[in-house]
Design a protein around this ligand. Structure first.
Ligand code: NAI
Length: 326
């Protein structure tokens, strides 16, 4: 179709935005023209104008228009895809409750605005942290948008897991399929390679090193964000933008027949994850819809890891319920 896809990005003047907008405009979602609708808070609009000048200067053939503003009901008007990246980072002395309420205010308002003005086919991907719980807040406040239209980003964790496995085994990332991230996009997440395949062979059997899985693979993937902050002095941005594009592209265009991706989506009770939590699962996608991959055998080891991360999600849900945000 040549009608432009209307794509909203929030936090567009931030670090991730500085990479994401240029990827989107250069065709990361496919060869359909796109119109960017960029939301920022008032004090960041001037910086955002500078970013838009740079977008103009790229003369991207697929970029049919850019609009910026601080009012979500204007910016989200008619959008087909909303990438919610902007969030309130934890400041000095901020408790978890303060962080949840600050983000709660943002994601309640954005959920309501999307409900009011987004296109009927809207899909909403949440990158801003705490991503799963922010998605839960937006979903709950967008009463007329089907819950299935919301997801939180665990694709960066998924990509990190593939990269670590490729490095360990000497395989190409192209040969790795069926990686899974379960649970929360946080240090409790469970990167699961027991169902993954390397050139068609079971990854755990190829690795054949449970100590590496437990003592290196899982913590390296789960704590990669902190390692990047240590090294770079700033949190991962280009890789987060890349994963945000991967997730959106696959959601809209579908996953290959012999593979799946990780997305945090609303649970229907699959794999013992309480219904209604936004938890990461292995999913396949087709025509803008996702399905949780069913029937995977979960070992006792995996069960414990999944349960621990899901318990954290339940805690976060209880905290935002108590704050009256959902
Ligand atoms: P950043 O601080 O550079 O940019 C965030 C931007 O959001 C700022 O420009 C800020 O003005 C804007 N913003 C704040 N409140 C807003 C609102 N109500 N409406 C619109 N814009 C608003 O942060 P960065 O590095 O771009 O990261 C963004 C978020 O993504 C953070 O929450 C970060 O923790 C998260 N993240 C998530 C990852 C994931 O895998 N899910 C990976 C990396 C980062």
């Amino acid at each position: 179709s040549t009608t432009p896809l209307k794509v909203a990005v929030t936090g567009a003047a931030g670090q991730i935005g500085y990479s994401l907008l240029f990827r989107l405009a250069s065709g990361a979602l496919g060869d359909r023209p796109i119109e960017l609708r960029l939301l920022e808070i008032e004090p960041a609009l001037k910086a955002l104008e500078g970013v838009v000048m740079e977008l103009d200067d790229c003369a991207f053939p697929l970029l049919s228009g850019v609009e910026i503003g601080a009012d979500p009901t204007k910016i989200f008007d008619g959008v087909n895809l909303a990438l919610l990246v902007g969030a309130r980072p934890r400041g000095p002395g901020m408790e978890r409750g303060d962080l949840l309420s600050a983000n709660g205010a943002i994601f309640t308002a954005q959920g309501k605005a999307l409900n009011e003005v987004a296109a009927d086919d809207v899909r909403i991907g949440v990158t801003g942290n705490p991503a799963n719980t922010n998605a839960l807040i937006a979903m709950t406040n967008a009463v007329d948008i089907p819950n299935e239209r919301f997801s939180a980003l665990t694709r960066l964790d998924h990509n990190r897991a593939i990269s670590q496995l490729a490095t360990k085994t000497g395989a190409s990332v192209n040969d790795i399929r069926k990686m899974t991230i379960w649970g929360n996009h946080s240090a409790t997440q469970y990167p699961d390679l027991f169902h993954a395949e390397i050139a068609g062979k079971n990854a755990a059997e190829v690795v054949n090193d449970q100590a590496w899985v437990e003592e290196f693979f899982i913590p390296t993937v789960a704590k990669r964000g902190a390692a990047i902050i240590d090294a770079r002095g700033a949190s991962s941005a280009a890789s987060a933008a890349s994963a945000t594009c991967n997730a959106a592209r696959d959601w809209l265009n579908g996953t290959p027949a012999d593979d799946w991706v990780s997305m945090a989506v609303v649970s229907d009770g699959s794999y013992g994850v309480p219904e209604g939590l936004i938890s990461s699962f292995p999913v396949t996608t087709k025509d803008g819809d996702w399905k949780i991959v069913q029937g995977l055998e979960i070992s006792e080891f995996s069960r414990g890891r999944i349960d621990a991360s899901v318990a954290e999600l339940a805690d976060e849900k209880a905290a935002v319920t108590e704050l009256g945000l959902i």
